[in-house]
Design a protein around this ligand. Sequence first.
Ligand code: PGA
Length: 258
Amino acid sequence: MARTPLLAGNWKMNLNHVEATGLVQKLAWSLADGRYEPAKAEAAVIVPFTDIRSVQTLIEGDKLPLKFGAQDVSEHDSGAYTGEISADMLAKLNVSYVVVGHSERREYHGETDALINAKAKKVIAAGMTPIICVGEVLEIRKEGRHVPYVLTQTEGVLDGLTPEQVGALVIAYEPVWAIGTGEVATPEDAQEVCGAIRGYVESTFGAEAAAAVRIQYGGSVKASNVAEIMAKPDVDGALVGGASLNAEEFARIVLLSA
Ligand code: PGA
């Protein structure tokens, strides 16, 4: 089964809604200049909550070949949870993707695999696609325990999902030591863990789910290194942080992955 790569630009806490529309417009122009074919690689912007409505209006109004997503979601449906945003609120804005369990959420907000699993289930129930992040810190990598560590995370975040649900979602392998550090994992490092994740999905959810699930690499991806990472058989795209804040650079990353 052919998997369409997903290049998702995680803006993190950058760009207000005015700046957001500027970047999305530039991104669409750069992609058009490069004769972008959405069927070959999907491009998505993962924006702050306050940008979503503006980005939605622009993308839908101008029929831009871009998807958009959110960076987090509440594990609750509604109610007295001050400051939280529900999956239904995001679905109402036609959000396609919701990142859950980013390492910055795990580190600064104490998010656990169980909580991330609960959030992913809310995203799926609302009809959107979760991008579920896993990845080891440097200490674990140095001890050579990265593969079993990431597979334990994967087991936790996918717990209780059906094979169909797993086949339809996105897993992002992001070694924490490579995020925002310029320290990119080698293509072989990326393949080792992405391949192991697909192997886990196959043994737990079956061959069909394993063939369908998209597994991204993330961590200091740039136009200069994306092609060699994307050439690996179990890497189906990238979750891009810093480089996605530059429209031309992110467009190049998408075009090089198509
Ligand atoms: P980076 O971030 O590309 O800036 O390393 C990746 C991410 O955190 O998703």
